[in-house]
Design a protein around this ligand. Structure first.
Ligand code: ADP
Length: 663
């Protein structure tokens, strides 16, 4: 093997290219017209344009991909995840054209492709499955009988379903036949296969999956488990390894069941056996019942947590297995160290049903590299999140000697992450993993729904963060010399004028009239419940470290006109520099051009070309950093041009409205 074509895009394409290069292999990236500027295209040795933006016309075209491999002299294909990764016909086509498919044999993909057949196979292999019916007889009569035997609540699943689609919960017998017919219609439409299976609905499940690996010499191992219980709309949001609170005996039993499952289908390569764990009666010392759910015959999105606890590179393992080598390590040689937690940073709106958000990434700052923190991303500032692909922006992963350390490191990394231009779940993720119940390991798939109220942004403003914001505003950014924030604290300098007044306002209008006085001992901040003595300095462009009465706080501080945002410990607070509602931003040239003061989205537009306006009249409302900013006419005059529409995403400084002032 010397050259790998990566039949994928985004972060996973970048991640595969990195390992391939380290192994001295050449790479071929493929890209749609929407991805011409994407990082994976630049990173690969070569790149081939494969079609228009819709995946069906590019990333899902088997012939085009095979053609690209042949033209570029690639001798292997890595499918990544999603797209064609679990398509047996693609794996077969690669083999037919003499290309090494870096994945399992087509027969193994087929065996696990349909949920009913997979479950029957597992039952034969003595792998526990959720009580249910997976038969071929799909008559209403047979299914109704099966349903009453299983009992309610129950779940109807499309046998060809995936990604959380095609599932229906049925609460009682009355609802069964209607739900069944609807589910079959839906399945036929979505998957071209109306086959369904039914199974007992577990009221409090945990999603625990086991990473398996097999080579072509008969060795099969597992690389421990991952807990992916934190889901929204049946899709994973947070993943971790090992699963918190799992007794060792259960870990071993699950690992063995997963290896049995892989062996039963003659598996080769990387795979994941997903189990559902019934924790309705808690997780006892002996564990809890677990059942096979399905097997994913590819690399998973969440594989980095396994890499971090085992110190292995799973893409390297895949490549070595595909080259016919034996597994790099056998079961007893596999280490398991510490804990790792991953979050998926999505362009979506957690406050609005997690609806995906699209647009240009006007700003993207990922956390700085440091011990125990890994960022897998395939998009950069200036890139566009389009409707054509999954809205995942990046994965942020942290590892630590124990779970608490991993969580703290991940929260720190999320505090530093800045995404502007698209709505995103950064703040939500930080609150989620900072939640006491998550810290306690009390996870199950109902977690996010159950804790929804706690996961909403906090309205309470801690006074010390108000003090920190004021101090940051009063402290000029000097060149950063030290890399460690705490080391930098040794080097304080008084940058403040001796006395300065700063008024800050909360979104609800609460006012903090602060007086900062520079003294030899530090800066005193008056105007809060108690006077605080503080020292602080910028440790990087966005990071501010402060000592507040002996408390060391490291925060990310972002400022925009009229607004300062402070993030610390996973919490985010915004403060206004003038009372809410009075904030009228205009960035104008002398010639009446109104520009966006910061990147944002046009929420509403109040003027049209030709309209006469008076000074101070509302032109439009821009939403930026989750706050609304009203942009007003800078002078009496006539609107000559409006360059945006409602809903448009604009970059900072963009020309919005032009006005010719009255003479
Ligand atoms: P898909 O292939 O569409 O992802 P899965 O069968 O893997 O579907 O199930 C997806 C998710 O749905 C699981 O992670 C779990 O949260 C939930 N789920 C699946 N089966 C059950 C069940 N029997 N009882 C309760 N929840 C379930």
């Amino acid at each position: 093997m010397h050259k790998i074509l990566i039949a994928n895009r985004g972060e996973i394409a970048c991640r595969i290219i990195r390992t391939a290069e380290r192994m001295g292999l050449e790479t071929v990236a493929v890209y749609s017209e929407a991805d011409a500027e994407s990082p994976h295209v630049r990173m690969a040795t070569q790149a081939v344009l494969i079609g228009p933006p819709p995946a069906a016309q590019s990333y899902l075209r088997v012939e085009t991909l095979i053609d690209a491999a042949r033209k570029t002299g690639a001798d292997a294909v890595h499918p990544g995840y999603g797209f064609l990764s679990e398509n047996a016909d693609f794996a077969q086509a690669c083999a037919d054209f003499g290309l090494i498919f870096i994945g399992p044999p087509p027969s193994a993909i087929r065996a696990m492709g349909l949920k009913d057949a997979a479950k029957r196979l597992m039952r034969q292999a003595n792998v526990p499955i959720v009580p249910g019916y997976q038969g071929d007889d799909q008559s209403l009569d047979r299914l109704t009988r099966a349903a009453s035997a299983i009992g309610y609540p129950m779940l109807i699943k499309a046998v060809a379903g995936g990604g959380g689609k095609g599932m229906r919960l049925v609460e009682d017998a009355d609802g069964f036949s209607d739900a069944l017919l609807a589910a079959k219609r839906e399945a036929e439409r979505a998957f071209g296969n109306d086959g369904i299976l039914i199974e007992k609905y577990l009221t409090k499940p945990r999603h625990v999956e086991v990473q398996v690996f097999a080579d072509s010499h008969g060795n099969t191992v597992h690389l421990f488990e991952r807990d992916c219980s934190l889901q929204r709309r049946h899709q994973k949001v947070v993943e971790e390894a090992p699963a918190p609170g799992l007794p060792d005996a259960m870990r071993t039993a699950m690992g063995e069941a997963a290896v049995t499952a892989a062996r039963a289908i003659g598996y080769v390569g990387a795979g994941t056996v997903e189990f559902i764990v019934d924790v309705a009666d808690g997780m006892g010392e002996d564990g809890a019942p677990f059942y096979f759910m399905e097997m994913n015959t590819r690399l998973q999105v969440e594989h980095p947590v396994t890499e971090m606890i085992t110190g292995q590179d799973l893409v390297e393992w895949q490549i070595r297995v595909a080259r016919g080598e034996v597994l790099p390590l056998l079961q007893h040689q596999l280490p398991r160290r510490g804990s790792a937690v991953e979050v998926r940073l999505y362009a979506e709106d957690p406050d609005n049903g997690f609806l995906p958000s699209t647009g240009k990434l006007t700003r993207l700052v990922m956390p700085a590299a440091r011990t125990g923190v890994r960022v897998d991303s395939g998009i950069e500032e200036g890139g566009t999140v389009s409707i054509h692909y999954d809205p995942m922006l990046a994965k942020v992963i942290a590892h630590g000697p124990d779970r608490a350390t991993a969580i703290d490191r991940l929260i720190g990394a999320l505090d530093e992450t800045v995404v502007e231009g698209v709505r995103n779940n950064r703040a939500f993720l930080a609150r989620l993993i900072g939640h006491p119940a998550f810290r306690a390991g009390a996870v199950d798939t109902g977690f996010i729904e159950r804790h929804r109220a706690d996961l909403a942004p906090s309205a309470e403003l801690p006074e010390r963060l108000v003090a920190l914001a004021a101090l940051a505003l009063a402290t000029p950014k000097t060149r950063v010399v030290s890399t460690s924030p705490w080391q930098a604290l040794g080097d304080w300098r008084l940058n403040l004028p001796s006395r300065r007044r700063i008024d800050l306002y909360a979104a609800d209008g609460a006012r903090f009239p602060l007086v900062l006085t520079a003294r030899d001992t530090g800066t005193t901040i008056e105007g809060l419940d108690r006077t605080i003595t503080a020292r602080g300095r910028w440790t990087s462009d966005l990071q501010f470290s402060a000592d507040l009465d002996g408390d060391l706080i490291h925060a990310t501080v972002l400022s925009a006109p009229g607004l300062v945002e402070v993030r610390s410990g996973g919490q985010m607070f915004q403060l206004l520099l003038s009372p809410p509602g009075t904030d009228r931003e205009t960035v104008q040239d002398s010639d009446g051009k109104v520009r966006a003061p910061m990147p944002g989205r046009v929420l509403s537009l109040s003027v049209q070309p030709g309209q006469w306006v008076t000074r101070g009249a509302r032109l439009l409302v821009l939403e930026a950093m989750k706050m609304e900013h009203r942009l007003d006419a800078p002078a009496d005059g006539t609107v000559t041009a409006v360059h945006v529409t409602e809903g448009a995403q604009v970059a900072g400084g963009v020309l919005l409205v032009e006005i010719v002032a009255d003479a």
